[in-house]
Design a protein around this ligand. Structure first.
Ligand SMILES: *Cc1c(COP(=O)(O)O)cnc(C)c1O
Length: 429
């Protein structure tokens, strides 16, 4: 493919850090999903709450609702002000999806939702479940036997595989996870222990998805979770906005035109940040400013949006290798669904080098005693990038409230986390 190069694309190609203000914000008013779609997904998760509480006792304290806390991180803010020479009146919050129950990442929203929706469809069609039933009965043997006649498959860099695998296997489905070469060994082992079939592929994320899709197509009883374009995943993520609204009310956080809310979302294929962003803008309106962040070696969504080619272009087309320590973000080609949905609601996007991801990981651990994985610290870089590169022309950045979306971490084995931490420590010297 021939691409008309310009200075911005040359920077992207050379894996330089960039910060981009989206000129298309507010330009398209076509709605691809509605508030009713978000509510429908939320209602479905409510129906499943008693089942979730039954089979995952760690969710009993939230009555089977898979949710994370919202916490202010003032000590991290002080560290960043000093280290990165940031001048700001903002308050800084972390949405702790790094700590979500069951699978320890933001994928516990969309991934689990899509599996539950498929299970509900199968069970309703069988006539053995009604919408008004207590869904705890889905834990019974008869339903496990029913689900064992069906299969679920997914292609993943790791965390989506964990969510789909753990949930699918728990319900009784034959579950297969196609892993890309970025996927960590411990994730494969954990899944195999839970009875999930793990297929390892040599190629990257896109290849794992393609091969997974092909394998699934051969089996008419198989539901393929398509991370490159699934509406169900997207809507599962979007429910976060309804939950966050409640948390904002409880904590007295107000969003106004003078004091907008900036939300920093690490982006891989775009499904999770896209779904969350769509939910937030739908629920809160234009005073929410959505900011995406990607690794300099995998700026797939930014490339698709900037060129307008969306999923018609891959970072490989610019000769970018797609290799990054942020395994959850190691994606070369963006979702075919999310680009068009996000284009009119995205405020800005930026990129970050891997070294900074490790540094922020260590600084967050030291200042707030919160441990997240490298993909998850990209949101911290996004906060810094916006302040350093955009605040001089966009003063609301220094006045608004900033929310960093933590996206993964609590399933990472201790020894692995310790080596991330040490790496960040050594880079800070
Ligand atoms: C998957 C993932 C993301 C990004 O989500 P996408 O839907 O791929 O854009 C961010 N952080 C972590 C930890 C992830 O696992």
């Amino acid at each position: 493919m021939t691409i008309k190069m310009d200075p911005f694309l040359t920077d992207l190609q050379n894996c330089k850090e960039v910060c981009w203000k989206n000129p298309n914000l507010g330009k398209d008013t076509k709605t691809y999903f509605t508030v009713a779609d978000i509510q429908d997904a939320s209602d479905r998760l409510d129906r499943f709450a008693s089942y979730i509480a039954t089979v995952f006792p760690e969710t009993q304290k939230t009555n089977g609702i898979i949710e994370s806390r919202l916490t202010e991180i003032p000590d991290m803010l002080e560290v960043l002000k000093e280290k990165e020479s940031i001048v700001t009146d903002s308050q800084l919050y972390l949405k702790c999806d790094n700590d979500l129950p069951i699978s320890g990442s933001i994928k516990a929203r969309g991934g689990i939702y899509e599996v539950l929706k498929f299970a509900e469809t199968v069970a309703l069609e069988s006539g053995q479940l009604a919408l008004t039933d207590d869904y705890a009965k889905l834990a019974n043997e008869e339903f496990k036997t029913m689900f064992s006649k069906y299969a679920i498959a997914v292609g993943s860099t790791g965390n989506l595989g964990l969510s789909i695998g753990i949930m699918g296997a728990k319900l009784g489905f034959h579950t297969t996870v196609h892993m890309s070469n970025d996927a960590k060994q411990w994730k494969k082992e954990l899944l195999r222990k839970r009875g999930v079939t793990v297929v390892e592929h040599e190629g990257d994320f896109s290849k794992a998805v393609t091969l997974g899709r092909k394998a699934a197509e051969k089996d008419p009883q198989c539901h393929f979770v398509d991370d490159e374009g699934s509406r169900d995943l997207f809507l599962g993520y979007s429910v976060a906005a309804l939950r966050l609204k409640k948390q904002f009310e409880e904590q007295g956080i107000e969003i106004t035109a003078e004091k907008p809310l900036f939300v920093h979302l690490p982006c891989g294929v775009g499904g999770s940040p896209g779904g969350v962003a769509f939910g937030l803008v739908t629920i809160f309106g234009p005073n929410v400013k959505i900011v995406f962040v990607e690794p300099t070696h995998a700026p797939s969504m930014l490339l698709g949006l900037y060129t307008g080619l969306n999923d018609g272009i891959s970072v490989n087309d610019l000769g970018i290798d797609g290799k990054t320590a942020a395994d959850g973000l190691a994606v070369g080609r963006p979702s075919r669904l999310v680009g068009t949905v996000i284009n009119p609601i995205l405020y800005a996007a930026s990129t970050v080098q891997d070294d900074r991801l490790y540094q922020y990981l260590t600084l967050l651990a030291d200042s707030e005693n919160i441990y997240v994985e490298p993909s998850s610290t990209a949101g911290i870089a996004s906060f810094v990038n916006l302040n350093q590169k955009l605040a001089s022309t966009e003063p609301s950045i220094q006045k608004g409230t900033h929310l960093i979306w933590g996206t993964g971490g609590n399933m990472v084995p201790k020894s692995e986390m310790a080596s991330y931490y040490e790496k960040g420590r050594s880079l800070l010297k």
